[in-house]
Design a binder for this molecule. Sequence first.
Ligand SMILES: Nc1ncnc2c1ncn2[C@@H]1O[C@H](COP(=O)(O)OP(=O)(O)OP(=O)(O)O)[C@@H](O)[C@H]1O
Ligand SMILES: [Mg+2]
Length: 339
Amino acid sequence: MASQDIGLDLGTAISIVYERERGVLLKEPSVVGINQKTRQVICVGEEAYEMIGRTPDKIRAVMPMADGVISDFDLTSAMVRGLLRKVYHRSLVKPRLIICVPSGITDVESRAVVGAALGAGSRKVYLIEEPVAAALGAGMDISKPRGRLIIDIGGGTTDIAVLSLNGIVCKKSIRVAGRRFDSDIMRYIKNAYGLQIGERTAERLKVQAGSVSFEPEEEVEVEVKGLDTQTGLPGRVVLGRREVKEAIIDAAMLIVSAVRQVLEVTPPELAGDIYSDGLLLSGGGAYLHGLDRLLGAETGLSTQRLEAPDLVVARGTALAFDHLDTLVDGFIIPQTHNH
Ligand SMILES: Nc1ncnc2c1ncn2[C@@H]1O[C@H](COP(=O)(O)OP(=O)(O)OP(=O)(O)O)[C@@H](O)[C@H]1O
Ligand SMILES: [Mg+2]
């Protein structure tokens, strides 16, 4: 059996293990379930996600990398080990692994992630930056001296980067992405109706009725349940697109201004390329209805949401094995790790 090359998109919201030939091997929420007292890890991924907001005192469901930065790297390490073991137990040959880590990760944190990946049975581990993985996953030929702008809207961060000649020319990362939409929805409903809802409920509402489109749309009504802060009892409200849009439009406009800021510092030749080729959107947050059109309208550039945008970065990590020697900025940590 040939040696196995595997990519891991270690997202703040969702982690994906991807192999070039077989595609997605695992896609699970980046959540760890722990025993509060002993800090023992009970479960990772899907099972832990089911526990969010529903755990008894002793047990806690944690998203160790929430908000785009690794906040608890012991738990992140445990998560990386747990997720990889779900995949590695089937393989006889130790795989080589390229991991896309969240932007804003420190050296210490990346070393912890690399250590965890080695501990789980990887033969070699490389790290790649998210915009580079997104560009490769989008099928861009970034070796050419031609500028391309890619916007990856994840759970914790939106990463905007201009790439050319195997490197990142300019980039910006903001902590406004999918989870910010969720928290803005939670706040809106609390202010407007005095109803406190959970994160998962907010996310469901966003997926079902979320839109930042300015065009007329078919109305939907979604019922959400939570805790009525006035009575202290369970309660419900029904919301439509208009209200969800009101809740999230400010955050969407923050993404628009970040894109503008990157365009402003893009060298003119590359700006010309981007004018011709337009903007590309990846990341699960790019599914938000109307976001592509909003970005297009606000920048005057053609904007394309990539197909299955949530898988683009993961695919890019698997494809990056072809570029181990050539990428300039992609592989954050220069040293590779041998067992
Ligand atoms: N249909 C949808 N409409 C709106 N948002 C969606 C939809 N599907 C997924 N999302 C959002 O996409 C986000 C997750 O995207 P993704 O998997 O790219 O994030 P991530 O890679 O884990 O995060 P990051 O790149 O910031 O580390 C979540 O906030 C989720 O709510
Ligand atoms: Mg991501």
